[in-house]
Design a protein around this ligand. Structure first.
Ligand SMILES: [Fe+2]
Ligand SMILES: [Fe+2]
Length: 244
């Protein structure tokens, strides 16, 4: 498995491992700062590949915060491996995530963040947004790096294959096609359409992100508000009440 590392926004390093068995990328985002922040741990079974990528950016023993959207193998599976090598590291996640899963699973308790809470990292700061069931999971949340307006999107904008690290071309068309294809396969129904799905996505759009840091697929640089609203439209069409 090859792991590539690219800086996609100021101090935001994308550590990407393409996994041939899944046919998709698993992307971690490491924000290099006084208090380094890692978004997603990657799965346990390719921890060595993720770690090698992180080492190209900074000494992983310096890690301070380990964030993720929801409790799932690619988001948080290698959490204990990271906690073991970084003595000051602590997981940061939603109150639901910490209460329901993480504080039992993890070697050390997580810091549970309330909706809207800000974590200063040094010259960056990340704001936590509670986004239940977006992209999926009761415990779901997302982080927004405010100084350079980077939205850490987790599974939103999912794109298959091994595309470029960063694009300024449309990612919504690819993501919408992947969503439609996924609805026919064995992993269908990954995202529920709830009474608050659309409002949650509109709230993300209102942040006016300049960069979308995407877990599976290319990151996007451009009009993030427009991209999120277009994705919300595609989700409504594909999964909303009128879709069935
Ligand atoms: Fe997920
Ligand atoms: Fe994922």
């Amino acid at each position: 498995m090859k792991t590539t590392v690219d800086e996609i926004a100021r101090g935001v390093h994308r550590i990407s491992t393409f996994h041939p068995d899944f046919g998709i990328q698993f992307n971690q985002f490491l924000i290099a700062d006084d208090e380094p922040f890692l978004m997603h741990t990657g799965m346990r079974h390719f921890f060595d590949a993720t770690l090698a990528g992180a080492r190209r950016v900074l000494d992983p023993a310096r890690l301070r915060w380990i964030g993720f959207s929801h409790f799932e193998a690619d988001e948080s599976g290698a959490l204990n491996e990271w906690l073991a090598l970084a003595p000051a590291a602590q997981a940061v996640c939603s109150i639901v995530g910490a209460t329901v899963s993480v504080n039992d699973f993890a070697a050390r308790p997580a810091r549970a963040l309330a909706d809207g809470e800000v974590l200063p990292l040094g010259s960056h700061r990340v704001r936590f947004l509670a986004t239940p069931h977006v992209p999926h999971g009761w415990d779901a949340g997302l982080f927004f790096e405010e100084t350079d307006r980077t939205l850490l999107c987790s599974d939103l904008f999912f794109q298959p294959g091994d595309p470029a690290p960063l694009t300024e071309s449309d990612v919504v068309g690819v993501a919408a096609a992947a969503m439609r294809a996924g609805a026919q396969g064995p992993l269908a129904n990954d995202m529920p359409y709830t009474p608050y799905t659309d409002a949650t996505l509109r709230r993300l759009a209102a942040l006016e992100p300049r960069t979308l840091a995407i877990m599976h697929g290319s990151s996007y640089r451009g009009d993030g508000k427009r991209a999120v609203l277009a994705l919300a439209g595609a989700i409504r069409e594909t999964l909303g009440p009128a879709a069935s």
